[in-house]
Design a protein around this ligand. Sequence first.
Ligand code: GTP
Ligand code: MG
Length: 350
Amino acid sequence: MGVSKIAVTMLGPSHSGKTMFMHGMYATLSAGIEGYFLNTKDPDKDLELMETWDLLCDEGQLPPPTSELPTSYEFVFKHGVRSLVDIDWMDFRGGATVERADNGTDVAQLRERLKKSDSIYLVLDGQHVGDWIKSGTPANVTRGPMKVSHLSGHISRTVEARLSAGLPAPSLVVLITKIDLLAGITGMPKKDAIFKAMDNLQNLVPIAYSEGVTTLICPVQLGDFGISNQRKVDPAKLDVRYMHKPIIFSLLYDINYRIARDSRKLEELRARRQATEDELKQLQAGFWNGFFKRNQIAERIEGVGGIRAAMEEVAQELKTARARVDQLWKELDTLRIIEDGKIRENGKSR
Ligand SMILES: Nc1nc2c(ncn2[C@@H]2O[C@H](COP(=O)(O)OP(=O)(O)OP(=O)(O)O)[C@@H](O)[C@H]2O)c(=O)[nH]1
Ligand SMILES: [Mg+2]
């Protein structure tokens, strides 16, 4: 199966944890987890990311807020040494997602970028999710620090633009960052607070439950740092959780899209083969057997052979893709996925 390329874009206000998520994801996956790996295409970019990670691990130093110049990375996601997908990743400052276009060149850049994004990560700061849980998980949250309605507008416009361009809708990940803060804010055990958020997320992010949208809800944390606006944390509190899961979901969605497309292709080939075989039978049934007819018969025989070979190729690709999907699902079996507004539970109950 060929390696495709997907573009991923994160949407979330300043300080919601976008950049730290990316670093946590890269650190976890560049070392490898469950046989999956993430590498940068450019080895220098790997060194750059690793330097930042070392500063965090050794001194608790966090990278600065993202500037008006978004950072971009070309990653390769692999199982073992086998490439599964190329990932075009761009990290924008939060302001680019919630400000007007005259506030920075990155605002327009982000809006353009969304149109070619195959996967969008909507980032909700765990601190504010905790406050929302504490206030009884209300619906219609039109205001407030998470900027959900504005960000949902971006998602809605992107889905519409892509569908009308004949592209698939982007997959959506609702990332709840800083889940270490949930217990302290809500007074509930962390696990219960996570389930409370997942069970009621439709109130907060209704777009994630829309028809035509497939969403992964993924709680993550970089560490048990507590509430802080500092760029310095206690490195002993580093405790990375679930950060490799979203990219697995983005890949899974891409493979599922390709499976649907290839299944249609196989059906078309099957119909063409049948039609050519019918023509052949008719030609062979007649009495007259001149040169012209022999030529037509030879052409049909060759045609059927060609179609059969193409069908075998597509069937083989489908088989590989389906095996890969089964393998990838296992990595998401504790998380919740919403398809067309319905929960797709992936196995283990709480
Ligand atoms: N408690 C806790 N704090 C976190 C965690 N991850 C990130 N933070 C805090 O969140 C702050 C902001 O993280 P960033 O990743 O820089 O946020 P951002 O969304 O990229 O912000 P902009 O680039 O300004 O848009 C950091 O300074 C950390 O203090 C976490 O897992 N737990
Ligand atoms: Mg940032």
